[in-house]
Design a protein. Structure first.
Length: 304
């Protein structure tokens, strides 16, 4: 079936397929789990299956599937945040549409992505629809942070809990699709079981690789003095937009190193709080270059 292309969460695949086969699809779902693990892909495939007109869903051939793939199935709607939030106007528009009968299929599916970004007003407004949905309607909410959602909303949805994809499965995926030749353990660790995170790493792979090599040089004491330190870590100065991720990546590299060494190396471990302090400083709008200078000087004097 359609979920074959999506990594991980096999139990959820089975359960959702089962509800399609037994025609026991609920009115409202809450797809909950960490970011970047494919919740939206799951929801979209599930929607396509719900709307498909053939027995073998999704058939990719019926008028519903064809329009769905073309992005113009009138019985389907994907709602995303407008800026930083999902506003009440977006929910009102959805409510107008939901009461119009389906055109091609006998169901109508609405996905609200990042539904934890709904304003409280928007959530309260949606509540009315969740309480009394039209019998043909299916609403799928997707969220990564449960705490921002009203309990009244959560209690009216069937919760589907997604989990991280195991590292080994991510490695197989990377190799099978030839995404990275030989992903390091640090890269896999940094992905945190998220294909979304992997995509963002791949976009800047050269930077990540360079930083990993530099960190290895540092840990193996191949960086002898301050001048060399500044030269080697130039990559940080050149990657201001990515700096928070890169600092986190440095920490992951250190943990990976510590995991695989039998000696207690205080000077390597001590780099972690230095990096953490830099992260805090960056968030308080301190001058970027000065922050980097201080970071490198502190690491260097800690190592020697
Ligand atoms: Zn179909």
């Amino acid at each position: 079936m359609a979920f074959e292309e999506i990594l991980g969460n096999d139990k959820i695949k089975k359960n959702l397929e089962e509800t399609i086969n037994t025609e026991t699809v609920s009115h409202s779902y809450l797809f909950m789990g960490p970011e970047g693990i494919g919740k939206k892909k799951f929801a979209i495939e599930f929607a396509k299956m719900i709307l498909c007109l053939s027995d073998n869903k999704p058939c990719n051939n019926c008028s519903s599937c064809i329009k769905f793939d073309g992005g113009n199935n009138p019985d389907f709607r994907l709602i995303e945040p407008d800026g930083n939030s999902i506003k009440i106007a977006q929910i009102r528009e959805m409510q107008e549409r939901i009461y119009e009968k389906p055109i091609i299929s006998n169901k109508k599916v609405f996905i609200i992505n990042d539904s934890d970004k709904m304003t409280e007003e928007a959530q309260n407004s949606l509540l009315k629809t969740l309480e009394e949905p039209p019998e043909y309607a299916v609403i799928i909410l997707i969220a990564s942070s449960e705490s921002k959602m009203l309990n009244t909303i959560k209690s009216r949805c069937l919760k589907v809990g997604f989990t991280e994809i195991p590292k080994e499965q991510i490695r197989e995926y990377i190799l099978k699709n030839k995404i990275i030749d030989n992903p390091s353990q640090s890269i896999l660790e940094f992905c945190g079981g998220s294909i979304g995170k992997l995509d963002s790493i791949v976009k800047n792979l050269e930077i990540y690789n360079q930083l990993e090599q530099t960190m290895k040089n540092l840990i193996n004491m191949n960086i002898k003095n301050m001048v060399q330190m500044f030269n080697e870590f130039q990559v940080l100065y050149n990657s201001k937009d990515l700096i928070n991720e890169l600092l986190d990546y440095m920490i992951v590299i250190i943990y990976e190193y510590i995991k695989h060494t039998s000696e207690y190396e205080a000077n390597v471990l001590n780099i972690i709080p230095i990096i953490e302090r830099t992260k805090i400083k960056l968030n308080s709008n301190t001058n970027f270059d000065m922050c980097m200078d201080e970071l490198l000087m502190n690491i260097c004097s800690n190592m020697h």
